[in-house]
Structures are given as C-alpha cells and as structure tokens.
Design a protein around this ligand. Structure first.
Ligand SMILES: Cc1cc2nc3c(=O)[nH]c(=O)nc-3n(C[C@H](O)[C@H](O)[C@H](O)COP(=O)(O)OP(=O)(O)OC[C@H]3O[C@@H](n4cnc5c(N)ncnc54)[C@H](O)[C@@H]3O)c2cc1C
Length: 384
C-alpha cells in the first residue's frame, strides 16, 4: 500500500512533534504523516534551559529557578537571573500537549509503533519504506537518530541519574545546582546536576563530558556514590534518566536532496560546547513551520542548516587539548559572567563581546593555542 502526503515527519520526538504542532497552529492543512516507533509515550527525559519567564513553551514549565550554582573544590558561584530563569519541562507533559494538539486532525496520519527506513529521493517526490507500507511524500522532515557510522562528535555528554526522594529535608528548592562538585580527571569533566523540586525531591544526575564514548549505565555506580554527598539518610530513585549526547556533531548535508530536511539532534542541533538543544529545536520548528506553511519551501530548508560558530570550535578544541583544565574553565567563565550572560552563553545566545569576556577569564596560553587550531579547522570546515 502507498500512503501519499505532502509532508512526512520521520520521528515523533522533540523535533518531529514540535514541527507538527507548529504547522497545525499555523493552519497547515495539507496531508501530513508522522512515523514513530513508540506506541506509548513515557516520561523518558527532562528538558531544562534558560529563557525569559514568558516563552513559546511556558505553559509546559514544570518548575523554574531564579538562581543556579556551580562549584569546584572550594570555589562556588551562585548566579541570579535578572531577565531569565532556569526552567524545566517534563517530556511527558510536552508529548501529551503535542498529542492533544494533533488529535482528530483530519489531514494528519500518525503511525505509532512503526519504523521508517532512510528516505529515497525520486524525480519529484521522496519515497520511504516503513513498517506500515510505503510513503510517497513531497517533503520529508527526518529526525530519526543518526546512524553511529555518521557520528562526527568528538565529545559526548554522558549522564545517569533520575528523580530521587530523600529521607531528610536537606535540599534548597530555591536554586538549581547545574554543575556542582566539578572535577577533571583522565576521562574529562565530571559534575553533579541537582534540580530540587522540594526539600526532599530532586532530579539528580552524574554527568561527564568525555572524549571516550561510554554507556550511560556505566555511571550508575558513580551516581549512587555522589548521592551520598547529598544526604546521609535513605534515598529512593523513583525514575531513572540516562543519556549520551553528541557534542559538536556536524550537520548532515541537506543539499543531497532539497526535499529531505534533516532535523533535531541528528542534524547537529545540540549546542557543541554544552549539549543543550531543546530551545534551539523549538526555535527551528517555529521558523521552519512559518516558512513551510506559507509555501516558502526553500526558506524552510535553509533554516535547517545549523551554523556552527568559530567560538564553539574553539571551545571544543580547547576541551580536547586540555580536558584536565575544563572544571577550572567553567568556574572561571561563571565567575566572570552575570547570571543572564551565563545562561545566554550556555544557550548559544551571546554576542562577540561576551566571548571576549569569556576568553579573557580563561587560562591564556592553552586557550590561545586552541584558538589557532580551531580557527584553522573552522576555515577548513567553511571551505568544504
Ligand atoms: C535523557 C535526555 C535528557 C536531555 N535533557 C536535555 C536538557 O535538559 N536540555 C536540552 O536542551 N537538551 C536536552 N537533551 C538533548 C535534546 O534536547 C533531546 O535529545 C531532544 O529530545 C532531541 O530531539 P530530537 O527530536 O532530535 O530527538 P528525539 O526526541 O530523540 O526524537 C527522535 C525520534 O525518532 C524516533 N525514531 C527512532 N528510530 C526511528 C525510525 N527508524 N523511524 C522513525 N522514527 C524513529 C525515536 O523514537 C524518537 O521519537 C536531553 C536528551 C536526553 C536523551
């Protein structure tokens, strides 16, 4: 059986559902198909980011913090946001909101429990084999995870942890500890991530930035050990959350076919230096759907090209060359910047003047060497 549509979305995760819901909100009524292997959605992740109080997803916010801390040995920085908050969305709230928005739309077929194979360009359309038959689409948004042999990242953010319940009331829900107890060792940078919801409940994760790709479950033992620093009492892990995020992934070549549009994490949407990507995926979905719903397909496709900045290259090169200094670098950056500046730096929303401040705060010699290497790599990348 052949299913025909104007737009096929492969992958109903963050990027796929975001673009589908934004198109619905813009009154897009052409036939659309979404293919997603999951039958049921569960609370499989928690997205956090810095943003103003009112934003495109503020109706989904589970919790927000006006201040956040970073620490390494005896150094501690507590930032307070003036215009921005650190905010958290539970994936299940996001999924349910999207499913409600897409429900009963007569132009949308949502194939759950089905996998799509790689899309193939034909003369004036794209063909996709799936578990529910062949799809013939005018355009495809492909957000399937990237095959491991096309992974170009040099650093991974690996984490393990989850929602914990403590016997003691020892947490301060007034501030998020986003990079606490940072240490640099042979594997790279390690820190704890603690987002308290109440004095007894928090999302806690042990995170590593590492150039050696490791399975997230390998951090379970370290996570349990780190929990003992939080409390001497009993701890119950109510839900596990683990991940391995590629940092510095190069975008896929969307020029192979102008009708196949790569999207999301697979297309390098995560911030190279920090691994954050939820907000940039939202911004992309908004811009893409505005152009696509208006029939401006070239513009929609062009918006998908992720621009990797020279500063990110510098940061990654510096990290790779000197992993043992990365804890000191993050602390120095946090000490140098205000809360709003730091949040914008992590979210890739800073101008050149903030980067100058950041570079000034860092160890000059190793960083200058990294600048030279990264500038060279960046020129090579641009010239491809
Ligand atoms: C546990 C976790 C926590 C994270 N926390 C943060 C955070 O706090 N802040 C932040 O900014 N970023 C965070 N990220 C990074 C990033 O925002 C998320 O990974 C985000 O979900 C990426 O969106 P995506 O659509 O690219 O991928 P996904 O949301 O993973 O969607 C990809 C979809 O493709 C589907 N799929 C797989 N194979 C096929 C196939 N063959 N055919 C069709 N569909 C297929 C999958 O089932 C999935 O639904 C986190 C990531 C993880 C894993």
């Amino acid at each position: 059986m052949i299913h025909r549509c104007h737009l096929a979305i492969l992958g109903g995760g963050c990027a796929g559902l975001s673009v589908a819901t934004q198109l619905v909100k813009r009154g897009y009524e052409k036939p659309m198909i979404i293919v997603e292997p999951r039958r049921e959605y569960v609370n499989d992740r928690t997205w956090s980011f810095w943003a103003e109080e009112q934003n495109e997803v503020s109706h989904l916010i589970h919790q927000r913090w006006k201040s956040w801390g970073l620490s390494e040995a005896d150094r501690y920085v507590l930032h307070s946001g003036i215009n921005i908050y650190y905010q958290q969305i539970r994936a299940i709230d996001f999924y349910e909101d999207a499913l409600t928005c897409l429900k009963d739309k007569r132009n949308i077929s949502f194939f759950r429990g089905a996998k799509a194979r790689p899309p193939i360009k034909q003369a004036d359309w794209v063909e996709i084999e799936t578990d529910v038959g062949r799809i013939r689409a005018d355009y495809v948004v492909d957000s399937r995870p990237r095959p491991s042999d096309t992974d170009t990242s040099k650093i991974w953010q690996v984490f393990s942890g989850g929602d914990v319940e403590l016997a003691d009331e020892c947490l301060d829900p007034g501030s998020a500890q986003i990079m606490t107890n940072m240490v640099s060792d042979s594997l790279g940078l390690k820190f704890s991530y603690v987002l308290p919801q109440s004095p007894r409940h928090a999302l806690v994760q042990t995170t590593r930035f590492t150039s050696t790709r490791i399975e997230p479950s390998q951090l379970d033992v370290e996570f349990k050990r780190d929990l003992k620093h939080l409390t001497k009492g009993k701890v119950h892990v109510r839900r596990w959350e683990r991940g391995c995020l590629p940092m510095g992934q190069t975008p896929l070549n969307s020029e192979i076919c102008s009708r196949i549009i790569p999207a999301g994490q697979a297309n390098g949407a995560l911030r190279p230096a920090t691994g954050y990507g939820f907000l940039s995926i939202q911004e992309w979905a908004l811009g893409f759907s505005e152009a696509f719903a208006a029939g401006n397909y070239d513009k929609a496709r062009d918006l998908t090209v992720v621009q990797k900045g020279i500063m990110d290259d510098i940061f990654l090169a510096a990290f790779l060359a000197n992993p043992s200094q990365s804890a000191d670098w993050f602390m120095s950056i946090a000490e140098q910047l205000s809360g709003d500046e730091f949040g914008r730096f992590i979210s890739q929303r800073v101008g050149f003047e903030i980067w100058i401040k950041i570079m000034w705060s860092l160890s000059k010699i190793s960083f200058l060497r990294s600048i030279c290497e990264a500038s060279f790599n960046h020129i090579k990348w641009k010239a491809r």
